[in-house]
Structures are given as structure tokens and as C-alpha cells.
Ligand binder design. Sequence first.
Ligand code: DLL
Length: 428
Amino acid sequence: MEKLQLERLQETVYRVDNHVAYYQDKFSELGIDRSDIKSLDDVRKLPFTEKKDLREHYPYGLFASSMKDIIRLHASSGTSGKPTIVGYTRKDVDDWAEIVARSIAAAGGNSGDIMHNAYGYGLFTGGLGLHHGGEKLGITTVPVSGGNTKRQIMLIEDLKPQVICATPSYALRIAEQMEEDGLDPRATSLKFGIFGSEPWSEEMRQTLEEKMGIKAVDIYGLSEVVGPGVAIECHEQQDGLHIQDDHFFTEVINPDTLEPVPDGEYGELVFTSLTKEAFPIIRYRTGDLATVTRKKCKCGRTTMRMSRIKGRIGDMLIIRGVNVFPSEIERALLRVKELAPHYQVFLDKENHMDSVELHVEMSEKTYTEFKLDEEEEKKTQLKQQIQALVKEHCLVTIDIKLMSPKSIPRSEGKAVRVVDNREKQTVK
Ligand code: DLL
């Protein structure tokens, strides 16, 4: 694998040096000659690429193929400003389909199965990424896309898929809608869920597996690197995500010092594409925090594995000096049986001070009990219990607001976990 990676790394460096002015300039600025890459360690001589570099060369500035060879464009799901445009040649689309086909197979899918694909179709890479992978594997791929939850349920009931693909938050929404409609989400034909595109916790996995009676695996990827399929858990072990090493070279760095961190320690994932033609990328800083291991998985696959993503560097909340990721809050909340698995963190500014409030949703059962009793005391007790659990997990005390059932917005794609009103507020 290392020999293959080195050959492909050298080819990629040649490719960007031949075709991308941005990398040509960077290499000459740093005094790098493309023939300097003699071992995999030499990757560290190469410059990092960051989101801002992609923005500055919007839309086509980093493409390494001429437009006549590019057959597809996608875009990253940025929330503000212009998206990042990524391009694929025919070979890129074929390689990506192969990468995703392997991913679906690792997740438990087989040719002959039916796959309900509820990732959004469009510029987002989720829908079409899983779609082509499904077809390549020989799975009957149902391109439902996101939204229209009742119709999704009808199709699951009627078409009897074994595999479902969605963001974990949307899968939960589908299961809840089934319960609301008097259907048992455990009784469907579904066996495997391929969930990703947003951070989710081990506790959310348990919730989804129990609610839906399936095995839920984590799929990771990002548009800048290819889309879904950069890494996937195997359904046999569910013990870390297998990185597709023959297509992506992985580093983990300390985001402050940019130095490598040892295996097993959290750091920022950095990927170099090894086979891409249209949009090769060198040492892309993902902003995603994870650990890696090189130990062989019990399933037999020998790839490097990464942990779940703890969060994005930019999503880290600093609450009274303590660093907290929404996924850590989620882990605490999902242990409270009185709550539904939905939450949002509200950030505000009061008199120049940041304030944080955690909105959590009572389950129907808890809500009815509390309403019947009209007991403020019970509510206060529950809030205290949640506060203590959050403190235990995240080492910080957060104000809690108990919300009525279904009052926290549900997502059809990536869930919004943090609502930042700090800019909007005037000083009180
Ligand atoms: O979300 C690609 C994808 C589609 C992955 C479908 C999996 C399934 P982007 O829209 O470019 O691409 O967003 C990429 O989403 O940098 C992470 O921050 C986050 N992300 C993706 N997968 C996971 C995951 C797609 N499994 C950004 N766990 C990435 C946590 C994830 N975060």
C-alpha cells in the first residue's frame, strides 16, 4: 500500500505542478521541486491547502483538467458566501463510484439489495455520491433524495429496501414520523443504515439502532476531497472508519502548531488525494477533529482507521473558558430517558458576555406526566439532573431550557445544532 501511495502521490504532485498555477507558485515560493517527493514522509515538504485558498480561486482556479474533460460539478455545503466548486472527470466519477461501492459493501449492502437513498440530490455530494456507488455495486438504488417524510415512509413500506442512507438526524426524523403514524420502525425490511455528513455520537447510534432495528454505520467524506466514501465503518466491527488509503493519504496534525500528532490522539484530519484528475488536492486541512489507528481491524481490512469526528474546529464552543463540542453535549443528553434525542445550543450576548442556553425536548411521556402533575418541582429536578450530566461530560454548567415535544426544528439534511445569535443582539 505504501508503495502504491508513494507512486500516486508523486503522480499527483506532478499533475498539480503541470496544471495548477496556484500550486506552481506555492512550490516555487517554498523552493520545492516536484522530484523532491522520494518517500511518503516527504509529503510534509508540501504546502497545506485551506478552505480560504479554494475560496480565493473560485470557481475553477484549482482545476487540473481542461473543462472539456470535466463531466460533473458539485459544491460544498457552505452556510455563508460562495460555495466551493469541485469538478470530476469521467475517471474521477468512476473512481468515486468504486470508492462508494466499497463503502456500501463494508456497511453491509450487497448486490441484489435495495437501497433507499435519502441524501439530498443536487450540488451536495451525498445523493449522487451514494447513488453511483449503489449502481456500481449492483444494488437497486432508489433516488428518493431528502424531504417529504411521509412519502419516504410509504416507499420504505412498499419497496422493502434493506439499506437506508441519510443524515443521522433525518433518519431519526423518519423513525419518529413512523411512530407518529402508528407504524413500528423496527418492523420494516431495513437492515443497515449508512449515516453521516454531520457529527453524531455513539449514543445516537444506539438510539437509531434500537429505534429502527438496524445496524447503523458511520460514513465520512467531504466535497473538497471527493464526497462521501473517504472513510466508512465496517458493519462487522463498527470500530472506527476505514480510510480508503489507495485514494487518500491521511495525516493528523495539531491545528495550532501544524505538527503531526501521534496515532490515537485527537488532531485535525489532513488529506491528499492520490488519484483525482480534475480537482487534485494537496494536504487539505479539513477542520475535522479525529484520531487514527494503523492497527488491523478484526474484520480483516488492513486500512488506516479514523475515529468518529468529534466536531469541526470552528464548531467548538468556548463556554466560560471550557472547550465543548455539540457532540459531547449530545452524548450526555441521550442518556436521559425523559428526553427526546433533539437539542440545540443557543449562543447569545448579554452585556458583552457570551451566554449559552441548551434547549432540550421532553419526550411525549414526560411532557404528559409533567402537565398532569403541573409540578414545577419535577421540572426543576429534571433540569438539575441534565445539568449534572452535562457537567460530568463537558466539565461546564450550562443553563437548560425544557421544551415541549416536537418544538425543536427537525432537519432533512444536516441538523443545525448551534444557533448563534451573538451578532444579532444589541447590548441590553
Ligand atoms: O457531507 C459528504 C457526505 C455526504 C458525507 C453523505 C457522508 C455522507 P460536505 O457537504 O462537503 O460533504 O461536508 C463535509 O461534513 O468536513 C465534516 O465536517 C462533516 N461530515 C461529513 N461526514 C461526517 C461524519 C459531505 N460521518 C463536512 N461525521 C466534513 C461527522 C461529518 N461529520
